[in-house]
Each structure stands twice: as C-alpha cells, then as structure tokens.
Design a protein. Structure first.
Length: 362
C-alpha cells in the first residue's frame, strides 16, 4: 500500500537528527520501520550493504527569500555540523542541521562577477569552501560564507573544455572530496575525455605538504563507470570520502521515457595507474583503473511511498547529484545524505534522502 506523502515527510524528520551525526549525536535513525539492524539493514534494504532511512520532498519548488531552492548539485557538512547545499545556478545554501531547511543563501560568482555552473563542493579544514565550476572547469576557494574568492587551483590542460582541452562541456568536475588529513583533494570528471574510451572517466588529485599549504597537482586516475540498461555509460555525479582513503562514487544516467539509473559504488584509488601523462586511454591495457565495488542500485531501494512526476523504474528515483557523509552509525556504518537536482523542471523533484552504508573491508 502506498503511504501518503505527509508520512514520508514525518519519517524523514524523525530520522534526520540521528543521521546528521556530524552535529554531535550518535543515536540510531528512528522512524517508519524502526532503526536499521546492525548488519543487513533489513526492512529498508537497498542491498546487503545499504539501507534507506527516509526521504523528504519538502524543499521541492520552494523559495528562500528571493532565491529558488532547487538545482541542488552538491552537499557538504563541516566540522560544526553545518550542512551546505550547492545550486548549479550560482548559489550556496546553508541548511539547518535538524530540519534541513534553508537558513541562509549566498550568491556565488567568478573573479569577474559572472555566475558559475557550480557543481561540486568540499569544506577545507579551516572552513573555507572549495567549489567547482564545470564551465572551464575550475576549482575555486571561497571564504567560509562563500562571499569572497580566495584563490583557485591549477587544472591540467587536457581536462579543460574543448578547444582549450579535450573535455566536453557539462561533463567536467561534477564531484569533489577532501581526503582524511586534508592533504589530498580529489575531483571527478562526469564524462570521458575526447580520445578516451567512453566508459573511462578521470579523477584528478591535488596534494599539499602541509594541511594549510597550497594544493599542487597530484596523480590522476581512471575509473571505469557502469552502463545503463541500454548500454550507455553512466556519468559520475558526485564523490565523497569514506574516512579511510577510499571514496564513495555516485553514478547516474537518464533515459527518456524510462527514467533515472543511480548506483552507489565504493572506489579504492590504491594501486591504480597514474594517468596524468597518458594522452589516450583507449586500448591502454597496461592502465590499471581505480578498483570499485557496487554497494547498491538506488532503484532497488523500497519506494517508501514516494511518487514520481515522470516515468521512473522506482518512484523514489530522480536526478540524484549530490552526496555527503554526515557521520557514523553503530558498527562503523556511514550515514549518507543525498539530494536530487530538479533542474528547475516541473517534471523533476528536489528530494533529500538519508541512507546508511556498510563498507566492505579492504
């Protein structure tokens, strides 16, 4: 039986405080169906390793002040539990850590005051925000509130959008993650470079000798993405650090008349080939890509009463683009917060999801 939308909202509200353990709580998530059991997540299971705790459509087609609350492409949680939500229409929202409703919005701009196609977000240890734009692409450092540009990171020429490089517009830096210790930053390309095999995307790293030093270009890796039912390569929509050097990778695709494919993977860069000096990844048998493991197909999650505005394999699905680790659950499992980008489209939904993931051992 399909549960009413109001109950789905109540479920999410009850689970949010427990899920946001970065704000200081270690309680389990409670709500419809109770908390996730220690091992399997049975009852809300998406897979053996991932369970869904709840979802909320409360932000869909809303405004905060004069700002449209939507087009959300990235999430991040800082050391104080503050939740940031990045709009690809040049806006940085601050969300209340308990209700996940906006409390502040700051317009973003480049060095010339022009808007960004802002897609990915990471919070540095000093609280400054690292934000990508996939137009060039770029990674800029902003002040804690996002009001000022403090600098930018170098980007390898091949990763720039053609004709300056070999990247395709709107398929560049879609994900950003700061690894534990704050010395390695990772950006994920959404799609393949021209000349590379269509299912190989590049991950660029920057490294610094000191936690508060300047980032310099580091190794680059290739990750082989999955394909949808039609055999079309998925795009990497976001990445998040797991705390042990590995990365959560969100892959997403869309087929007209069918809907979205969204899958969550665990990726381990250890042992992968540095591809920064390799021009063409097609036919390079000696290149060892990043090892990754499927954790869950989000389409396999129970719908929890969700409804969709267009055809979807599962009404819970939408254009999920943003992901953040919000804390840890008992047993070392990770609390995750995901968000979908509605593209300010009447047929799409701004939806927040809370999940719990168990990571396989290395």
């Amino acid at each position: 039986m399909r549960l009413p939308r109001a109950l789905a909202r109540l479920t999410f509200a009850l689970t949010t405080a427990a899920c946001l353990t970065a704000a200081g709580t270690t309680a389990q998530a409670h709500g419809r169906g109770g908390h996730l059991p220690p091992d399997t997540g049975a009852g809300h299971a998406c897979s053996a390793d991932v369970g869904i705790d709840g979802f909320s459509d409360d932000l869909d087609k809303t405004t905060f002040g004069s700002a449209f609350v939507g087009n959300l492409s990235a999430l991040a949680v800082d050391a104080h539990g503050t939740v940031d939500a990045l709009s690809d229409r040049s806006a940085l929202f601050t969300l209340d850590a308990r209700t996940l409703r906006p409390t502040k919005v700051v317009p973003l701009a480049d060095e010339h005051g022009q808007p960004l196609d802002s897609e990915a977000l990471a919070v540095d240890r000093d609280g400054t925000r690292l934000i990508t734009s996939e137009t060039e692409p770029s990674v800029r450092r902003y002040s804690r509130d996002g009001s000022r540009i403090l600098g930018s990171l170098p980007v390898p020429a091949p990763l720039r959008v053609a004709p300056a490089g070999r990247a395709t517009g709107n398929l560049t830096f879609e994900g950003l993650a700061l690894q534990p210790g704050g010395r390695t930053l990772v950006a994920s390309m959404e799609g393949a470079l021209s000349g590379d095999r269509a299912d190989l995307v590049r991950f660029q790293t920057w490294q610094r000798p000191r936690v508060h030093g300047d980032f310099r270009l580091g190794p680059q890796y290739a990750l082989q993405v999955d394909t949808d039912a039609a055999g079309k390569p998925l795009g990497v929509s976001d990445i998040a650090p797991t705390g042990d050097g590995r990365l959560l990778v969100l892959e997403r695709g869309f087929t007209e008349g069918v809907g979205n494919t969204v899958r969550l993977y665990l990726a381990d860069p250890a042992g992968a080939t540095d591809t920064s000096g390799i021009t063409d990844l097609t036919g390079q048998r000696a290149v060892r890509p990043v090892h990754r493991t499927l954790l869950a197909d989000i389409g396999d999650c129970p719908p929890l009463g969700a409804t969709a505005k267009q055809p979807q394999p599962n009404p819970l699905l939408d254009n999920i683009e943003g992901m953040a680790v919000t804390g840890r659950a008992p047993g070392g499992r990770l609390r995750l917060l995901l968000v979908s980008d509605d593209n300010q489209n009447a047929a799409q939904t701004t939806r927040l999801y809370t999940l719990t993931a168990r990571l396989p051992r290395r």
